[in-house]
Design a binder for this molecule. Structure first.
Ligand SMILES: [Fe+2]
Ligand SMILES: [Fe+2]
Length: 248
């Protein structure tokens, strides 16, 4: 059984009742030039946040059944609701500024295809990839806009995603520790390769905003990889129990 699921259930239940950024009160003030810069990019991220979560929930149920992690489906439901809220918040902002929503983008299609390939553990790897890179992007977006409402929205998303990253990284590292020692470096290598490819794809599609925020292509990749290392390459001797004591 996975450690700390009760703690995460409490976390997600609390934030379902007290969602972050619900009363930001920030005023909208998106200039026409900013709108041109961000419109297509933000619509792509809005599409990425949007999912009915059926595949993930099914994978969580299967995993829970196989491993006796009975809290996992409920946590996953609340997690999906939080992501759907992100999509809703971005959509509201887009509607206010007459930014058209997207129903297809190649990066989103690629993420969905990989996600659908296998079970819960692979889902976690794909989700954390999108969230780690997404957080570097939302920080960039926050820094390039003068619109207080968009800044507040970015900060809300970043705070929620940081918690998601904490949750997923803990699960990933715990599950990885159960794998044979000889296999772990290969899993890490494959995930880093997927992660690097995803960061490059995000750079290609969103480079206008990222450049405005001061990133070069290699600088963006480096920042993403630093985030990856911080959350997914803990010092030797790390364990799930260590994660628990870190949080106390
Ligand atoms: Fe999200
Ligand atoms: Fe997330």
């Amino acid at each position: 059984m996975l450690a700390n699921l009760r703690v995460w259930l409490n976390h997600f239940e609390y934030h379902a009742e007290q969602p972050r950024g619900a009363r930001s009160g920030a005023t909208s003030g998106l200039r026409a030039e900013e709108r041109r810069l961000i419109a297509r990019s933000i619509a792509t991220f809005q599409l990425g946040e949007q999912s009915d979560g059926t595949g993930l929930l099914r994978a969580a149920y299967r995993f829970a059944l196989a491993h006796g992690d009975e809290l996992l489906p409920r946590i996953t439901e609340l997690f999906i609701r939080e992501e759907q809220r992100h999509a809703r918040l971005l959509r509201e902002f887009m509607d206010e500024h007459r930014i058209r929503a997207k129903c297809h983008h190649w990066t989103d299609a690629a993420f969905r295809r990989v996600r659908g390939l296998a079970g819960f553990e692979l889902y976690l790897h794909v989700l954390i990839t999108a969230e780690l890179i997404g957080n570097v992007y939302y920080r960039a977006l926050e820094s390039v806009t003068g619109c207080e409402r968009l800044k507040a929205l970015c900060r809300t998303l970043i705070a929620d995603e940081l918690a998601h990253i904490g949750y997923e990284s803990e699960l990933i590292l715990e599950l990885r520790a159960r794998r044979p020692a000889a296999l772990r470096p290969l899993i890490r290598l494959l995930h880093r390769a997927l992660f690097g490819a995803a960061a490059c794809a995000v750079w290609i599609s969103h480079r206008a905003i990222l450049r405005r925020a001061g990133h070069s292509g290699t600088g963006f990749l480096r920042t993403c990889l630093e985030q990856y290392a911080f959350h997914l390459e803990p010092p030797a001797g790390w364990s799930g129990a260590a994660a628990e004591s870190r949080r106390r």
